[in-house]
Design a binder for this molecule. Sequence first.
Ligand code: BGC
Length: 481
Amino acid sequence: MELTIFIIAFCYIQRTLCFDATLYKFPNDFSFGVATSAYQIEGAWNVSGKGYSYWDYITHEVKVVVEDGSTGDVACDSYHKTDVDIALLKRLGVNHYRFSIAWTRIYPTGMINNISRDGIAYYDNLINKLLDAGIKPWVTIYHWDHPYGIQRLGGWFQPKMADYIADYADLLFKLYGDRVKTWITINEPYSLCVNAINVMAYIPKGFAEYMCGQNVLRAHVAIWRVYQKYRSTQNGKLSMAFNVQAHFPATDSPADIEAAERLNQFAFGWFVNPVVHGNYPKVMIDTIASYSEKQGFKESRLPPLSPEDLADLKGSCDFIGLNTYDVYLVSSNNGTVDVNPSYSNDCGANIIDPNWNVSYAIHMKAKGLGVLLNWIKKNYNNPEVRITEQGYWEDARNVFDFDRSAYIVANTAQMLKSIYKDKVNLTAYSYWSFMDNFEWNKGYIRKYGLIDVDFKDPTRKRRLKLSAGTFSTIASNRKLI
Ligand code: BGC
């Protein structure tokens, strides 16, 4: 196994990086981990008083959204496999495990008059066992599975969402904050407000995304305010898991360079600028206001945040949680204003599928990570960055996953380069995902895991892939080779 890793490492370092990453070791406090989310792995969708969630509704009632028609009813059955999973985490040698709490296991209806003791006990036990195994629990408060009742009230279009989620987070801090020191408030605000809305029929595009974004930011700051009550005794750190892809200009033309930069601001700056600098990026405010006027609207389609929210948002994250997977080539749309508004038209950029072969894609993804980390350093005053997700997919079961192993090696080399050469304040890496799981609209077709799960087997047998060996060797040696 080790020999394979050496070879992969050697090939990729030589090819991808003009920096000898092999000379460096990760800092002692750099944290290696893996990530999952409740709906994607837990199963046990209706046991022990768990309430019906938005994703229970999507998979049971909307159905067409999921390509293979599957549900997360059983998923990896992790709800019943705490000991098995913790033993595997130990084999991977992780320092932390990022998982999410299912809101409906704590408050089955989402309302605070109805608490589930079993749900509370489940996460209590998981957290204790992780700590006993020497693994730090990183908890995502919300990873897309809000109570269905709250969806009926409008979900992310309901301004009261901020109050509901803050009440739920308050209980989590009270219950688990003595042991949990890393909290992610909301997973991927961009995916929540763009990807999820893109597939909704009859929803006013070019409005809905920004209304959702406004409520997500309000929700984040509401949770942040609640945490201030606990901060001095609990001493944890809190952020969102922001997501963005690396955007490379398709050509050297100033218009394409500007388009790639604009896309960074529209996708990432939209949420990170408010929490670091206290407002939306100027390019978003100006562009959407001017496009809205040209399209005949009375006001900007980007709804403003209140002065109180803006004031509290500024500085409302202790580190930047980064989810990133891909590299896009971007060209300018030359400022064409469509009659029908849309988020993508506001971005003024076209995304081009580069159609790279696998090994070049791996090389580019690692390079993209480096570019992105430098961009974050420059735009947000060199903040602490923790990679909260990064992963590689395949559409078939494959235990000998050479490409995923190469991807991990290439990105590890890039992280060393970012830390030592570019002086980026990168302190953690979380590979997505710990194991193959329910991959949202791709059901069980798409596999990101370091561990293979047999979804046909009622016991959900788990098997380490080659990449699990690559990952665990790097994590335990804390260096490439
Ligand atoms: C999400 C995960 C998802 C992964 C791979 C991220 O956008 O946070 O839940 O499984 O990407 O698609």
